[in-house]
Design a protein around this ligand. Sequence first.
Ligand code: FES
Ligand code: FE2
Length: 419
Amino acid sequence: MLSNPKTELAALVERRQPGYSLEAPFYVSPDVFQADLDLIFGRHWIFVGVEPDVPEPGDAVVVDIGRNSVVIVRGDDNEVRAFHNVCRHRGARLVLEEKTTVGNLVCRYHSWTYDLEGNLIHAPHMGESFKPSCHGLKPVHLKSLEGLLFICLADEPPADFDDMAKVMAPYIAPHRLRDTKIAYQADLIEPGNWKLTMENNRECYHCAPNHPELTVPLFAYGFGYAPDEMAPEEIEAAKAHDRATEEKHRQWEACGLPSALVEHLDDRVTGFRTMRLMLDGAGESHTMDTTVACRKLLGDITDKAIGGLHFWTQPNSWHHFMSDHIVTFSAIPLDEGRTLVRTKWLVHKDAVEGVDYDLENLTSVWKVTNQQDSDLVGYCQQGAQSPAYAPGPYSPYTEGLVEAFCNWYIGRLRAGLEG
Ligand code: FES
Ligand SMILES: [Fe+2]
C-alpha cells in the first residue's frame, strides 16, 4: 500500500523513465489499481463486447468493471443501450446472469420493472406522489463502432471517439461484424496486472520463442526487427516483406479495403492503431494451416487472402479481422494481480458449425496463444513482486508500441490527477 496514495502516485508518474517498463507499484499496488479503475477505466472508452452479443430485442449482456456493473440490452427499436445494473428502488443488482433474454428488466426484490429503454414502468405501492419518470435506470454512454461496443462510465466521455470511428469505420465495415454470430467465447483470467496483459499484447518480441502456433500465420517482421543483428539475407527478406506489404496494400485498397497503417496510440485521449497485415502461407486466416476456418466469407468479401486487419484501442482491446472470421479481445482488470481476457470468435451468422466451420480449427491458434501469453504475464507479475525488480529497457526495434501504451497510460493518469 502507498502511505499517501495521491502524492506518491503523482511522484511515480512524474519520474517514469520513457523507454523503460513501469516501476513495481504500477503492477502490484492496490492503490494504483484503484487509480487505474477511477482515472483510466472510469474515464475512457472501454471495449466490452459486440452487437452479436445482443442480436435480438430483449437480449442483454452484463459487464462488470471494478465496482460498476453495466447491463447492455437491445431495445424493441433495435437500438443497443447500456445502463447501470442497479435498481433505482433499494439498489439491488437487476440482471444476475452474464447473458440473458428479457421482456422487461424486472428487479426480483420488489418487482420494480423497467422497459428496455430504462424507463420505470411498474412500481407497486409507491403512493400517488411517486414519480416513476424520476426513477429510470441510470444510463451509461455506449457507442457501436461497426458493431464493436464501447462504454464510458464518465459523465462526459472523451469526444475524440468519433474521430477514431470516422477513420476506422471504412476499415471494419467490409467485414460486416453486425452480420456475424459468436461461434465461441473464452474467458481466461490472467495472473497479472492488466497493464502487463496490454504490454504483452503490444509486441511480438516474445512471439518466436513462445508462440509456435501464432507464428504460423503471422510474419516475424510484421512488428519490427533489428537490422544490425541480422545477416544480409535476413535483412533482404525483411525488406522484401515490407515491399510486398506495400504492394498488397495498394491492391487491397484498390478493391475497397483500407489497409494502410494508422497509428494514434499515444497522441489522443482515445488512442488506437490499425493496419491490414499480410499473413504467411496461404495468407487467409489465423489458423494452423493459414487457410480459412469458415467456408462462408464475411460480408461481400470474395477474396479469401486479404490478410488480417488488426485494430487496437487504448486502454483495453485488440482485434483481428480476416476474410472468414473475426477475433475480438477485451482485457478487464479484476484486481492488481488478475485480469480477465475475454475472447470472441465471430463467423458469418448463417455459417453452420460442423458444415461451414470446425470449432476446434477456428479457435485453436488463439486459444493456445492466449494461454501462452497468460503464463508470460504471470511470470512478469511474479517478478514485479520481487524486491529485486527494477524497470528494464524496451527494445528500440520491437517494443516501441509497448512504450506507446505506457506513454498513453502515464499521460492519462497525469491528466486525471491534475483534473
Ligand atoms: S430493490 Fe429493486 S425493486 Fe426493490
Ligand atoms: Fe503473445
